[in-house]
Design a binder for this molecule. Structure first.
Ligand code: GLU
Length: 483
């Protein structure tokens, strides 16, 4: 139960794909509500029917839940302010518009889009800010009636009093004063009678009693218009927090071309929601950037007074990888198995015939080498696919001057292979005796057992393969290099 009056909301448009900026906005709303014992609401802003690729918003809701950002009111769970889809709230917008009409805060505009475009072009050519020139505000009642009689389509525009202003409080920008003379009389409706985003978004925030509007900085320009609407309704303004835009390493706004822009990229390559949340909470201040914290701990420790003022925040995949690696290592054996199994199965369908216990043990062995869940498949490739190293491949990595000694050491130590630690000690000793750098020998053995130069420790590799398989691969190499 909430014990405070704090109410925040995440209001995505159902474009079907959650991107990183949206994830961060949802997370900040969630943490804010959790820390302050408030209510976290989800509202689906589906007024732009052309962009509604996922009308039920199932994708976004699943993503929010996958991230663990549980909300109190919204689609599926419902709540006292239902419905939570803007497309179902038309009558609420209509009521509010009617109130503005009767209080003369709005006026009809009959200008066609062509006329508006021409005016705009002219203003730009004259180096004037492109703003609606209030032509229709000057229409007399008779002129308006004439247009209505002719059924000329119109929209409702907000009437900005150019000598007035409104002040908002923004957590990252501080106090901002918007002078109305700098703003255009913005549309509240479209010619088809539907409501614009700016108006619907305001009415929802008002009626849902949102106390803190936390959203991307790209909405800052809408805020002046919405603040004017709060004023018109004589309602207290919410506090705003416009989150700085996330940029890529080159300082450009994160786009589809950047890896990790969409949450799908991250899910598909095996990033854990815990890591994504933990990382996103660290960018832009508010929390230390090197602590492994789950959502409740993040909410407890997040300092909303320490968030960076403005400017860009950089998205650093390397840092995200670091968090993911740490979070993978926090998983218990069963969790690691559950999270990873699909990635392994996709790569190696034969996985289904391997007992769960065996795979659980294997995963524990490679866990320290995993950065993403998908890495498990690559790290275990040598287990699923028998690699028998050919002489040519081998000598392309190993100086042929050492070949003879390598064969000797591997032959003399083969009987210890059942006991990885003892075996490794043995080859270390034999390396010294045979005058061959131990590093060369390790590389040779790694190549022989896995066909690659990376991966887990040698002891882990031997342990995963088991005595008989390790023996087969080593004997094969000895035969190759001694023939
Ligand atoms: N529906 C808007 C968007 O997806 C969010 C608007 C808001 O949070 O106020 O960008």
């Amino acid at each position: 139960m909430s014990t405070s009056s704090i109410r925040v909301r995440f209001a995505p448009s159902p474009t079907g794909m959650m991107h990183l900026g949206g994830v961060r906005t949802a997370l900040m709303n969630y943490l804010f509500a959790l820390q302050k014992n408030g209510i976290f609401i989800i509202r689906i802003e589906d007024t732009d029917t052309e962009r509604n690729y996922d009308p039920q918003a199932t994708g976004i809701i699943n993503d929010i839940l996958w991230l663990g950002l549980h909300y109190q009111h919204g689609p599926v769970v419902s709540g006292p302010d239902a419905p939570y889809f803007q497309s179902e709230r038309t009558s609420i917008y209509q009521t509010h518009l009617t109130q503005l009409i009767s209080n003369k805060f709005v006026y009809r505009c009959f200008c066609t889009s062509l006329e508006l475009e021409k005016k705009r072009e002219r203003q730009i050519a004259l180096k004037q800010p492109p703003r609606y020139d209030k032509t229709c505000l000057k229409l007399s009642d008779q002129e308006i009636q004439k247009q209505l009689d002719k059924q000329v389509p119109f929209i409702w525009r907000m009437k900005f009093e150019s000598d007035k202003s409104v002040t908002i409080h923004d957590l990252s920008h501080g106090i901002i004063n918007f002078e109305f003379k700098n703003f255009s009389d913005f549309p509240l409706t479209r010619q088809d009678g539907s409501f614009t985003f700016i108006f619907a978004n305001f009415v929802d925030d008002l009626t849902m009693k949102i106390t803190h509007v936390i959203r991307g900085e790209d909405h800052l320009t809408n805020t002046a218009c919405q603040a004017a609407l709060y004023q018109a309704f004589e309602a207290p303004l919410p506090v705003f927090w416009h989150l700085p835009i996330i940029c890529n390493v080159e300082g450009k706004k994160l786009s589809k071309r950047d890896f990790g822009f969409s949450l799908r990229d991250l899910k598909d390559t095996g990033y854990l929601p815990q890591a994504i949340n933990n990382y996103l909470a660290t960018i832009g201040g508010g929390t230390l950037d090197n602590q492994i914290l789950a959502l409740p701990e993040l909410a407890r420790s997040f300092d909303f007074n320490k968030i960076h003022a403005t400017g860009q925040v950089k998205y650093d995949v390397e840092k995200l990888k670091w968090f993911n690696h740490k979070w993978i290592n926090e998983l218990n054996p069963q969790e690691l198995y559950d999270q990873t199994i699909e990635f392994i199965k996709n790569e190696f369908p034969q996985t289904t015939s391997i007992p769960r216990d065996t795979l659980t043990v294997l995963l524990q062995a490679i866990k320290p080498n995993m950065t993403t869940l998908a890495d498990a498949a690559e790290l275990l490739r040598f287990y699923f696919v028998r690699t028998l190293i050919q002489k040519e491949t081998f000598t392309s990595h190993i100086d042929s001057a050492f070949i003879q000694q390598i064969a000797t050491v591997l032959t003399e130590s083969i009987n210890e292979v059942a006991h990885p630690e003892t075996y490794i000690d043995k080859i270390k000793d034999l390396a010294k005796i045979n005058n061959i750098p131990v590093k060369v020998l390790y590389t040779a053995l790694r190549l022989c057992l896995t066909g690659t130069l990376g991966g887990p420790t040698l002891a882990t590799i031997l342990y995963i393969l088991g005595e008989s398989e390790s023996r087969i691969r080593i004997v094969y190499l000895i035969n190759q290099i001694t023939k």
